[in-house]
Write a protein that binds this ligand. Structure first.
Ligand code: NDP
Ligand SMILES: O=C1O[C@H](COP(=O)(O)O)[C@@H](O)[C@H](O)[C@H]1O
Length: 503
């Protein structure tokens, strides 16, 4: 594994939610694991006036309660803060001076990573302002730019954003975060497929009947109603996280495990998605919105009653769709994806449904079910893999029953905690590895694919948006998408608070 190189990490938007909830805890965890280089500083930047001491004090509140004091002190000493008017170029010489001063005082080489954790309107102006003081390129050190989602809100804005970023940074300097790619179990998809002789030979239309991907959340929009009402499930989850998952499930083996080799294969999957025409949207895509209901005797608000949401909103909080990948491997295999807020539990899983045997040997004589094998790849929580297969019911005759072969990450003898997505992604960028970051062309291709669906919703008020009671698996009509049968309902046991279900 490459070592993280010494550098200064500049976080724009350092007084915001993402910094305190995800980035700082991820950095502390890397410190704990001894994965940060000795010469590393973090410079928080935003408009709020804070001293270094005040910034450190604020960040302390978001670190775990029982952390080792010495370690926390070492970590906090790496943190600095600079207040600037982020959108104004006149403040960037101040930023540059501060960076050079920290580099000199702390003997850190002039390598800089700029993390854009601000409102997306600033994703164009900050790179431009960095370029105005030559912080975008250097012959000596590296300059990298991490961009948070959303990468645009539709195809045109995504193209515009990419074009503008490329005015100031080269593609190989740009790291677009999709935190799903940072999840350990998503990366394990590649290992499951490409390091097991038993799976890859049958990973195609000859053996696979259909593929199902579910990403369910039990939470609603919480305090993000204002943002979500302009986004919806398609922009928030499908265009990015779920299509990236599709890319991992469906791609061809990359030539090597390197950023461009893997990302080339993901792009090819996106290029092979059969377009859904505007007039076909009703047939292939079901959208829903949660409505008021009772969950465990408690009255739960509907989406339109959430703070920041238009009382007549037609934004989808649930989406289920069927689509095809028109290439050699996947010809004729339906893919189904489903995501939603206020569903019964939080679970993300990929289910490979294999074809049934060509002849049901035991069916006629023993009036027994014909089982089809399923491989369930649980992304979260309770990460693991489960294989369902038919087994003889003990005793007389040949009756068949479906049973499970079950692996859970937490059962590993030397079980290590799974690193959080932001830990892995930050470390990768520090090592100059963009494999788990989205590439601009793939992001645009994904927008190109979903754009006609969003257009149809916008242009045709007749396309229904179905209500579903909060706490259910979405509108019943979503079942009609799946030809023979229904979606897998993923819970064996639901925890008491309903937020967790066993594989
Ligand atoms: N929070 C999350 O869980 C996730 C967030 N994201 C993305 O990350 C980015 C940051 O999100 P989040 O931290 O939640 O956002 P917040 O609104 O909490 O923080 C935004 C930050 O940007 C700074 N800022 C600088 N210039 C401006 C400006 N002109 N207007 C408003 N704020 C400004 C703000 O500080 P100041 O006012 O001091 O300048 C603040 O520090 C967003 O693009 C979001 O979509 C993506 C995934 C998850
Ligand atoms: O990007 C987002 O992802 C979260 C779901 O992430 P997960 O890691 O908890 O599965 C989602 O809640 C949020 O709306 C979306 O913006």
């Amino acid at each position: 594994m490459k070592q993280a190189e010494s550098h200064i990490l500049v976080i724009f938007g350092a007084s915001g939610d993402l910094t305190k909830r995800k980035l700082i805890p991820a950095l502390l965890e890397l410190e704990k694991q001894n994965l940060l280089p000795d010469a590393l500083a973090v410079l928080g930047v935003s408009r709020t006036n804070l001293s270094d001491r005040e910034f450190r004090q604020r960040m302390t509140e978001f670190l775990g309660k029982n952390e080792d004091e010495k370690l926390v002190t070492k970590f906090l000493d790496r943190l600095f803060y600079q207040s600037i008017s982020t959108s104004e170029s006149y403040d960037y010489p101040v930023l540059k001076d501060r960076l050079l001063t920290i580099a000199k005082e702390k003997a850190i080489p002039e390598n800089f990573i700029f993390y854009l954790s601000t409102p997306p309107q600033l994703y164009e102006i900050i790179p431009k302002n960095l370029a105005s003081v030559d912080l975008n390129k250097s012959d000596d050190g590296f300059r990298r730019l991490i961009v948070e989602k959303p990468f645009g809100t539709d195809l045109n804005s995504a193209k515009e954003l990419n074009k503008n970023l490329l005015n100031y940074f080269a593609e190989n300097q740009i790291y677009r975060i999709d935190h799903y790619l940072g999840k350990e179990s998503v990366q394990n998809l590649l290992v499951t497929r490409f390091s097991n002789g038993i799976f890859e030979p049958i990973w195609n239309h000859n053996f696979i009947h259909h593929v199902e991907i579910t990403s369910a959340e039990s939470l609603g929009v919480e305090n993000r109603g204002g943002y979500y009402d302009h986004s919806g499930a398609m922009r928030d989850m499908v265009q990015n996280h779920l299509l990236q998952l599709v890319g991992m499930v469906a791609m061809e083996p990359p030539v090597v495990v390197e950023a461009d080799a893997i990302r080339n294969e993901v792009l090819k999957v996106f290029q092979s998605l059969r377009p859904i025409k505007e007039e076909e949207v009703e047939k292939y895509v079901i959208r829903g919105q949660y409505i008021e209901s009772h969950i465990k005797n408690e009255l739960v608000k509907g989406y339109r009653q959430e703070e920041g949401v238009d009382p007549e909103s037609r934004t989808e909080t649930f989406l289920a769709m069927k689509f095809f990948i028109d290439n050699w491997r996947w010809a004729g295999v339906p893919f189904y994806i489903r995501t939603g807020k206020k569903l019964p539990t939080r679970v993300t899983e990929v289910v490979i449904h294999f074809k049934k045997t060509p002849h049901h040997l035991f069916g006629n004589q023993y009036n027994t079910e014909q089982t089809a094998n399923q491989l369930v790849i649980r992304i979260q929580p309770d990460e693991g893999i489960l294989l369902k297969f038919g087994m003889k019911v003990p005793g007389a005759g040949f009756r068949v029953q479906s049973v499970n072969m079950d692996f859970h990450y937490e059962d590993l003898a030397d079980a290590q905690r799974l690193p959080a997505a932001y830990e892995r992604l930050l470390l990768d960028c520090m090592q100059g590895d963009a494999t788990l970051y989205s590439r601009g062309d793939a992001v645009e291709k994904a927008w190109e694919y979903v754009q006609p669906i969003m257009n149809a919703w916008q242009n045709n008020a007749e396309i229904p948006i179905y209500g579903y009671p909060a706490g259910t698996w979405g509108p019943d009509v979503a079942d009609q998408l799946v030809e023979d049968g229904q979606w897998r309902y993923p819970c064996k046991n639901l925890s008491n608070d309903g937020t967790y279900c066993e594989l």
